[in-house]
Design a protein around this ligand. Structure first.
Ligand SMILES: *Cc1c(COP(=O)(O)O)cnc(C)c1O
Length: 368
C-alpha cells in the first residue's frame, strides 16, 4: 500500500471478504446472512461495502434509517433492505424504494398499513420486531394476537420475518439472561406462526450472537461489527481482520522548551527537550476531545506517540520526543495491528463508537 499523504481511511475489501467467510463458516448452509451497513457501513462506506457483499451473495442488508436505504438503492443495490428504525414520516419513501420496514409498535403498524393501502400494495414485505429484554424497540410478547389480527385484516402487507435483538450477546456473564431472551423469542415465534398460519424468517443474532449462541441462529443472522473486523472478545478478534485503517501524516515538527505549552488552553506544559508532531486530524474528523491529554495515541514508525493537550477541531499534536521521524512521515491512528478497539479502550469507549464517528471529511480509499 502506498504511504498516506493526507488523512485517509483505507478500506481493505479482502479483509471484508475474510470476515464474511469466517462468519458464514459458523452458520448452517441454509441460514441466511443479513449484512448490517447502517451508519455508512460502520463508518467505512455503506455503498462500497454493500456492493462487494452483494457480489458475495449476502442475502439481506439492514440500515437504521430510510434515507440510508435510499442511498443503497440509488447505488444499484437490488438485494432486500431492512430498515431497522423507520419513522412514520418515511413510509412513502420506504415504499418508493422497495425498502422493508421493521414494525415495532401499534402506531407504526397501523400507519404503515394505511400507506400501503393508499399506494395499492399487496403483500408488501414487513418485519415484525419483538422486545425480549433490550427494552429499546419492539412489541411485547402479549401483543402477538393484536398484531396478528391487524395483519390478517389486510392483504396490503405480508410478514417476511419476525425478529428480536439480544441485549448482552457479547457478555458471557449474562448468559442466563440471553438464554431467557432466546426462549422468549421462541415462544413468541411459535405463537405468532400458529396465529398467522405461515412461517416467516426468524432471526435474533447480531455478531456476538452468531459467535456465542449457535443454537439461536434460526433462519437468518444479522452481522455488523464482525464484518468490519471486531468480535467483541480477544478470542474472536483473532479470527477477524479490521477492514479500516485510519492514517495521516506529520505536517510539522516542533521543539518545545521548558515552560512552553502545547495547544489550546495551554493544556500541556513542557519540561523541556520535547519534540512534537502536528497532525492534520482532529475532533471534526472523529478523534474526540476525550482522546487528548495523553489518553489516546497514534503510531509513528512503529512507536506509540501520545496525544498532547487538547484535541483541536482539525489537528492534534503528539509526543514524538523519542521517535525518529520527520515532516511528511506516515502516521497510523488505527489499523489491523494498532486496532480501533485498543484506541477506543483508552477512553472507555468501544470500537463501534470510534469507527462510526470517522467523519465524511476523511477520504475513503478502497483496496481489493
Ligand atoms: C446494529 C444492529 C445489529 C448489528 O449488530 P453487531 O453487534 O454490529 O453485529 C443487528 N441487529 C440490530 C437490530 C441492530 O440494530
Amino acid at each position: 500500500m502506498p504511504k498516506a499523504q493526507e488523512t485517509v481511511l483505507e478500506i481493505d475489501l479482502k479483509a471484508l471478504k475474510h470476515n464474511f467467510k469466517h462468519l458464514k463458516s459458523k452458520l448452517n448452509n441454509s441460514t441466511k446472512f443479513l449484512a448490517v451497513v447502517k451508519a455508512f457501513g460502520y463508518g467505512s462506506d455503506a455503498i462500497e461495502i454493500a456492493k462487494y457483499l452483494q457480489d458475495l451473495d449476502a442475502d439481506y442488508f439492514a440500515v437504521a434509517y430510510a434515507n440510508e436505504g435510499v442511498d443503497l438503492r440509488k447505488a444499484g443495490i437490488t438485494a432486500p433492505i431492512l430498515v431497522l428504525h423507520p419513522l412514520t414520516s418515511n413510509f412513502k419513501t420506504i415504499l418508493e424504494h422497495c425498502l422493508e420496514p421493521s414494525i415495532y409498535n401499534h402506531k407504526v403498524l397501523s400507519e404503515f398499513i394505511e400507506v400501503a393501502i393508499e399506494e395499492n400494495q399487496t403483500a408488501y414485505p414487513v418485519h415484525i420486531k419483538f422486545n425480549t429484554g433490550l427494552n429499546r424497540l419492539g412489541f411485547s410478547k402479549n401483543d402477538v394476537n393484536q398484531v396478528v389480527s391487524k395483519l390478517m385484516a389486510t392483504s396490503s402487507v405480508r410478514v417476511t420475518s419476525i425478529f428480536s435483538h439480544l441485549a448482552a450477546s457479547e457478555d458471557l456473564n449474562e448468559k442466563a439472561f440471553t438464554l431467557n431472551q432466546i426462549e422468549t423469542f421462541k415462544t413468541i415465534s411459535e405463537n405468532f406462526i400458529e396465529a398467522i398460519g405461515y412461517k416467516p424468517i426468524l432471526h435474533t443474532c447480531n455478531t456476538s450472537g452468531i459467535l456465542n449462541y449457535p443454537e439461536a441462529h434460526f433462519d437468518m443472522v444479522r452481522s455488523g461489527i464482525g464484518l468490519y473486523g471486531f468480535g467483541n472478545s480477544e478470542k474472536e478478534n483473532k479470527n477477524l481482520i479490521p477492514i479500516a485503517s485510519l492514517k495521516t501524516v506529520i505536517s510539522q515538527i516542533h521543539k518545545i522548551e521548558k515552560g512552553e505549552s502545547v495547544g489550546y488552553n495551554r493544556a500541556y506544559k513542557s519540561d523541556g527537550g520535547l519534540k512534537t508532531a502536528t497532525l492534520p486530524i482532529g475532533h471534526a474528523d472523529g478523534i474526540g476531545r476525550q482522546y487528548g491529554n495523553e489518553k489516546g495515541y497514534v503510531t509513528i514508525n512503529g512507536k506509540q506517540a501520545p496525544i498532547l493537550g487538547n484535541v483541536c477541531m482539525d489537528m492534534i499534536m503528539v509526543n514524538v520526543t523519542n521517535i525518529d521521524c520527520k515532516e511528511g512521515d506516515e502516521v497510523i491512528v488505527f489499523d489491523a495491528k494498532a486496532t480501533a478497539e485498543n484506541l477506543a479502550q483508552t477512553t472507555g469507549t468501544i470500537s463501534y463508537e470510534l469507527i462510526t464517528g470517522i467523519s465524511q471529511r476523511v477520504k475513503r480509499i478502497f483496496f481489493r
